[in-house]
Write a protein that binds this ligand. Structure first.
Ligand SMILES: NC(=O)c1ccc[n+]([C@@H]2O[C@H](COP(=O)([O-])OP(=O)(O)OC[C@H]3O[C@@H](n4cnc5c(N)ncnc54)[C@H](O)[C@@H]3O)[C@@H](O)[C@H]2O)c1
Length: 262
C-alpha cells in the first residue's frame, strides 16, 4: 500500500491501535494528523515522528465533547487542507456490571466510543471531500457483534452502534465516493487491555483464540490501511473481523469438540 502524499487523520493516535496505524501510514509516506486528549503522549509522538522525518500535526481534543471536536477541526487542523483517510480509534473501556452501571458511566462510554466518531466524521466531511482517498475506518470491536470481555454493557452497546453509524454514513456518503468501513478487532494487547486484564487472564484469552495469540496493534493497523487504500475502492459499509478466528468459536473448547468425534 502506498500512502505517499496522503493525509491520514487518526483519533486516539497517541496509543495502541491508533498509534500503530499512524506509524504504519507514516512509514508509507503519509502525513499524520494525530488527535488525542493525552497531550504528553502526543508530544512524545511528535518528537519521535519528527526525528524520523515523518510529517505529523498533533491536535489536542476530547473526543467525548462535540465542542472540543469542533475546536480541534477548525483551529487545531487549520493548516490541514484535506484528509484522505479518517480513522476513528479513540476509545475507553468501563468494566461495570449491567445492574450497577451508572448513568454517568453509560453516557461517558457512549459519548467517547460512539458519538465522538459521529461528530468527527460529520465535521471532517468537507476535508474528506477535498481529499483523494475519501475513506473512513471506524475501529469497532468484536464486541459489536457479541459481548465485550474487557468492557461492560456500555462498551458493547457503543460498539454495536458504531456498526450502524458505519452503514448509514456509508450509504449517505457513497454518492460522493466517500467510503466508510469498520474493523472489528478481537483481543489486542494495548494499554487499554493491559490496564484491566491480568497476566493470567491474558494467557486464558490467548488460549481461547483459534490462532492461539493476542492480536498486535500492527495486525489491526494493516487491515485499517487496506480498507483506506485504493485496493478497497469498491468496499463500503462493511466490517472486517480481525480476531484470530475467535468468532468461529462455538462455546465448546476445541478439545471437547475433537473428543466428541473420536
Ligand atoms: N485493545 C483491544 O483489545 C481492542 C479490541 C477491539 C477494539 N478496540 C478499540 O480500539 C480502539 C483503540 O483502543 P486501544 O486498545 O488502542 O486503546 P489505547 O488505550 O491504547 O488507546 C486509546 C487512545 O484513545 C485516546 N482517548 C481515549 N479517550 C479519549 C478522548 N475522550 N479524547 C481523545 N482521545 C481519547 C487515549 O488517550 C489513547 O491514546 C478503541 O476504540 C477500542 O475500543 C480495542
Amino acid at each position: 500500500m502506498d500512502y505517499n502524499g496522503k493525509t491520514v487523520a487518526i483519533t486516539g493516535a497517541a496509543s495502541g491501535i491508533g498509534y500503530a496505524t499512524a506509524q504504519a501510514a507514516a512509514q508509507q509516506g503519509a502525513r499524520i494528523v494525530a488527535l488525542d486528549r493525552d497531550v504528553g503522549a502526543l508530544e512524545t509522538m511528535r518528537v519521535e515522528f519528527a526525528g524520523k522525518g515523518w510529517a505529523i500535526t498533533p491536535v489536542e481534543v476530547d473526543i467525548g465533547s462535540e465542542a472540543s471536536i469542533r475546536v480541534a477541526v477548525e483551529q487545531g487542523m487549520a493548516s490541514v487542507e484535506r484528509v484522505d483517510l479518517l480513522v476513528n480509534s479513540a476509545g475507553i473501556v468501563s468494566r461495570g456490571m449491567f445492574e450497577t452501571t451508572t448513568g454517568d458511566e453509560w453516557q461517558r462510554v457512549l459519548s467517547i466510543n460512539l458519538s465522538g466518531s459521529f461528530f468527527c466524521l460529520q465535521q471532517m466531511v468537507p476535508l474528506l471531500r477535498a481529499g483523494r482517498g475519501r475513506a473512513v475506518v471506524n475501529v469497532a470491536s468484536l464486541a459489536a457483534k457479541r459481548v465485550s470481555y474487557t468492557g461492560g454493557v456500555s462498551y458493547t452497546a457503543a460498539k454495536a452502534g458504531m456498526l450502524g453509524l458505519t452503514r448509514h454514513a456509508a450509504f449517505e456518503l457513497a454518492h460522493e465516493g466517500i467510503r466508510v468501513n469498520a474493523v472489528c478487532p478481537g483481543p489486542v494487547l494495548t494499554a487499554m487491555t493491559q490496564r484491566v486484564i491480568s497476566e493470567e487472564e491474558q494467557r486464558q484469552v490467548a488460549a481461547m483464540v483459534p490462532l492461539g495469540d493476542w492480536l498486535s496493534p500492527q495486525d489491526v493497523a494493516a487491515s485499517i490501511l487496506f480498507l483506506g487504500s485504493p485496493a478497497a475502492r469498491m468496499i463500503t459499509g462493511t466490517t472486517l473481523d480481525i480476531d484470530g478466528g475467535l468468532s468461529l468459536v462455538t462455546g465448546a473448547s476445541f478439545e471437547s469438540y475433537r473428543n466428541a468425534r473420536q
